[in-house]
Design a protein around this ligand. Structure first.
Ligand SMILES: [Zn+2]
Length: 258
């Protein structure tokens, strides 16, 4: 946890400077207000998640023994690799579910309404989505008996890669393409934030890109610089209150997989 508190802020500030120095999209008006809004949502989510964690620790006896197949694996290296794969596959499934289920899309849509992308987009989520994603994940971790150090290790890598692939950093195209065989890169994820529904409903992976290739949801595009980011039916710059209220407002389900 201490490592995360040191590494993540350094990485975020570094990425903010890098995307400013080497931008992919040449932005634009009112970027500052959008960044502020996204980071404010991130703070709200941190508070909500912390309260949720306290409630979980108070009411659910997580220290009771679980079936825990991971506790039978003697090699810590193998256990660590398997834990990483399981947690990343969970995130793929969760993300895909967010696009398939109309009610879930209402909450996930908040993330996709950003009409620009930068490091702060990684923090633009609705608190309900953040909390509800952690409930099945905690149950899975408990049921499989995944050690907390592997969970913390995955969470650290996840946070860093999610910040990277939402950034407006222009990586050299060849390097972006090469990295994308293994991990999520900015160009890879920009396609997921396209206003074109077929592109929105692709590239769901979070850390490892293999899941999209494995489950047939991988999509590539050469002219990434022509992508219109956001959702086509929402052209407002939402403030924090509008973002929080967005799921309960009359909406559409254009993000649903077809
Ligand atoms: Zn999405």
């Amino acid at each position: 946890m201490t490592v995360k508190l040191v590494v993540v802020p350094i990485a975020i500030v570094s990425l903010l400077m890098l995307e400013y120095k080497f931008p992919f999209f040449a932005y634009q008006n009112s970027l500052r207000s959008r960044i502020t809004n996204n980071f404010e949502l991130g703070i709200v989510n941190s508070i909500a998640s912390s309260l949720f964690a306290i409630a979980i620790a108070r009411f659910i006896p997580l220290d009771r023994s679980a079936p825990g197949i991971f506790t039978t694996i003697s090699s810590p290296v193998i256990a660590g690799i398997l834990a990483f794969l399981v947690l990343d596959l969970y995130m793929y499934c969760w993300h895909r579910l967010m696009h398939i289920v109309p009610l879930a899309w209402r909450f996930h849509r908040v993330h996709h309404t950003d009409r620009t992308m930068n490091v702060s987009t990684a923090y633009r989520f609705h608190a309900i989505e953040i909390i509800s994603s952690s409930m099945p994940k905690l149950a899975l971790i408990w049921w499989l008996g995944i050690a907390s150090n592997w969970v913390l290790g995955y969470e650290l890598v996840f946070t860093l890669i999610v910040a990277l692939h939402h950034s407006n950093l222009r990586l050299p195209a060849a390097i972006d393409r090469l990295l994308a065989f293994v991990i999520l890169t900015p160009n890879y994820h920009r396609i997921h934030h396209s206003q074109i529904v077929a592109e929105t409903n692709s590239n769901y992976s979070s850390v490892l890109s293999w899941w999209d290739r494995l489950f047939g949801t991988y999509r590539s595009r050469l002219d990434v610089e022509n992508i219109q980011l956001g959702v086509s039916d929402e052209d407002r710059e939402l403030n924090i209150w509008q973002s929080i209220a967005l799921p309960i407002l009359p909406s559409v389900d254009r993000g649903t997989e077809r």
